[in-house]
Design a protein. Structure first.
Length: 138
């Protein structure tokens, strides 16, 4: 079973990236929950890059996260600013697993990059989400 924190090679699909989107055909970290993996044909991933150019909301991934046979992927960075839904059929070789300490850093970067400004972010605005009740007698 596919689990959050696992690294897979994500094969390119038929559609191509546009503009600043990240191209597939690279390793990606699964970030979907077990419940989402079980009931969907897709998984959410964040891609890894070996680029030396620092990107906002990036988290360094230790090379120990990759299996010995996958040492062709040293010095990678998780690009937490873009979440991608990919069909499970595009997941190729299982390359390794992200350590829990790095997963916590990735979760923080994902929240900062993708949810911090969202008006219904549960951790920040739980009390604000409750809608006022409509007066039925009016």
């Amino acid at each position: 079973m596919i689990e959050a924190g696992e690294i897979y090679y994500v094969a390119p699909g038929e559609s191509h990236a546009t503009g600043c989107e990240i191209w597939p055909g690279r390793p990606g970290i699964v970030i979907s929950s077990q419940a989402a993996v079980a009931c969907s044909g897709t998984v959410n991933v964040i891609y890894l890059t070996s680029s030396r150019n620092p990107k906002p909301f990036s988290v360094p991934v230790p090379d120990t996260a990759f299996f010995a046979a996958s040492k062709e992927y040293p010095a990678h960075v998780a690009l937490c600013g873009q979440i991608h839904a990919v069909d499970k059929s595009r997941l190729g070789n299982f390359l390794g697993r992200i350590p829990d300490s790095t997963l916590k850093e990735i979760a923080t970067a994902l929240n900062a990059a993708n949810l911090a400004g969202f008006p219904y972010h549960a951790a920040k605005n739980n009390a604000k989400r409750q809608k006022p009740r409509r007066n039925e007698n009016a």
